[in-house]
Write a protein that binds this ligand. Structure first.
Ligand code: KG4
Ligand code: ZN
Length: 343
C-alpha cells in the first residue's frame, strides 16, 4: 500500500509518501516561519492562505522527486487535528478531494500520534511498549505506549509547554520567532550555571511538570540584566535551557522507573534540542535502556510522519467516509487502536 500524507495543522505545509515495500519514498516541506516572524507568532488567516498556495506545487515536487505517479497512490492521510481550524480545513479539503478524484480511501490523522510515531521511520525503530515524551510548542506529555492507538497518559505540563517556554523566553531575549532553536544556538556560547533557575516540580512524585514559573524567573532576570550584552544573553539562554532539560530528563527517568519500561522515545519540536538529546543519551545509557529520536527534520512538523501514521492505520483497515471533520482540540485519549490487528 502506498500512502500520501498531508500535514497542515499550523505553519508548515508538509507532504510525505510512504510505501509498504519501499518505506519512505520522499517528503516535501514548506515552512511559513518567515511569513509569521514579523508578527512574532502564527497568524491563523495567513497560515490558511499559504497552505492553499503551497499544496499543489508541493505535491508536484514530491511526485517528481520520488519518481511516483499520482495514479500509483492507494490511500491518502491528512492531519485532522489538533491545530488551527482554518489550516486544518485547507489540508483536509485538499486531501479529501484528491482522494475522491483518485477513487482511493482517505483518513484523518492525529497530529500528536504522528509526532509520537515519527521515530519509527528511522532504521533503528523502537518496538512496543515504550515511554514517549512528546515535547513540542503546544504539548509536554509522557505516555506509556503499548501499541498503535494504545496511549496511557502518565503526566504532563500543568501550564506552559516546554517549547512555548523556550519561545517566550527567546522573545524576551530579543531572538527571532519561533525562538527555541535560536535560544539553543545562543546557549552554546553561555555558561549554564551562571543563573540559578528553578527546576519546577522536580522533587514532586509523578511525572507532571510546570514551566510557567521558570519562564517568570527568566523574565525577572532579564529585566535586571544588561541584555544588550551578548555574553549576558548567552548565559541566561544557557541557564534557562539547562533548567528545562534537567526537568525533562529527571521526569523521563522517573517515568521509566515507575513503569519499568526502559525504552524511551522522544518526539516533537523540542526533541531537536541537542542538550536534551545528549543528557538523555547519557542517562539512558547508564540505565542500559534504549533511546529513540526522529531525525532532526522529522522532530518539527512534517508530512512524512502523517503518511507513516496513515499507512499504519490504513493497512489495518481504517478509513473515513466521504465527509471530513477537522478538530482544533483533540486529546490523545480520544484515540483507539485499529479494529483489525493487521500490523
Ligand atoms: O512539533 P512542533 O514543530 O510544533 C508543534 O506542534 O508545536 O514544535 C515546535 C516547537 C517550537 O516551540 C520550537 O521553538 C521548538 O519546537 N524547537 C526547539 C528546537 N527546535 C524547535 N526548542 C528547543 N531547542 C530546539 N533545538
Ligand atoms: Zn507538531
Amino acid at each position: 500500500m502506498r500512502v500520501l500524507g498531508f500535514e497542515t495543522s499550523c505553519d508548515e505545509t508538509g507532504l510525505g509518501l510512504y510505501d509498504t515495500h519501499l518505506g519512505l519514498m520522499g517528503h516535501t516541506l514548506f515552512s511559513q516561519i518567515p511569513i509569521h516572524a514579523e508578527f512574532g507568532g502564527v497568524v491563523p488567516e495567513l497560515a490558511s492562505r499559504d497552505h492553499v498556495r503551497r499544496l499543489a506545487p508541493l505535491l508536484r515536487t514530491l511526485l517528481e522527486e520520488s519518481g511516483a505517479e499520482l495514479s500509483s497512490i492507494d490511500a491518502i492521510a491528512y492531519t485532522r487535528g489538533p491545530g488551527l481550524m482554518g489550516a486544518l480545513l485547507v489540508g483536509a479539503a485538499f486531501a479529501r478531494s484528491l482522494a475522491f478524484s483518485l477513487d482511493v480511501p482517505a483518513l484523518g490523522i492525529h497530529h500528536l500520534e504522528a509526532h509520537l510515531l515519527a521515530p519509527m521511520l528511522e532504521a533503528k525503530a523502537p518496538k512496543f511498549p515504550f515511554i514517549a515524551l512528546l515535547v513540542s510548542g503546544g504539548h509536554t506529555q509522557f505516555f506509556l505506549v503499548n501499541g498503535l492507538g494504545e496511549y496511557q497518559l502518565l503526566g504532563e505540563s500543568l501550564d506552559d509547554a516546554a517549547g512555548e517556554a523556550f519561545d517566550k523566553t527567546a522573545r524576551m531575549l530579543g531572538l527571532p520567532y519561533p525562538g527555541g532553536r535560536e535560544l539553543a544556538e545562543l546557549a552554546e556560547e553561555g555558561y549554564a550555571y551562571s543563573y540559578d533557575f528553578p527546576r519546577p516540580m522536580i522533587d514532586r512524585s509523578g511525572v507532571d511538570m510546570s514551566f510557567s514559573g521558570l519562564k517568570t524567573a527568566a523574565l525577572t532576570v532579564i529585566r535586571k540584566a544588561n541584555i544588550e550584552d551578548r555574553a549576558t544573553r548567552a548565559n541566561i539562554a544557557a541557564a534557562f535551557q539547562q533548567a528545562v532539560v534537567d526537568t525533562l530528563v529527571s521526569k523521563a527517568l522517573r517515568a521509566m522507573e515507575e513503569t519499568g519500561v526502559t525504552r524511551l522515545v522522544v518526539a516533537g519540536g523540542v526533541s531537536a534540542n541537542a542538550l536534551l538529546r545528549m543528557q538523555l543519551h547519557d542517562e539512558v545509557t547508564r540505565l542500559r535502556g534504549e533511546l529513540f529520536f526522529p531525525r532532526n527534520e522529522f522532530c518539527t512538523d512534517n508530512g512524512a510522519m502523517v503518511a507513516y501514521s496513515g499507512w499504519l492505520r490504513m493497512v489495518a483497515g481504517e478509513e473515513d467516509g466521504l465527509s471530513f471533520n477537522p478538530k482544533a482540540r483533540w486529546p490523545m485519549s480520544g484515540l483507539e487502536k485499529p479494529a483489525s490487528k493487521a500490523v
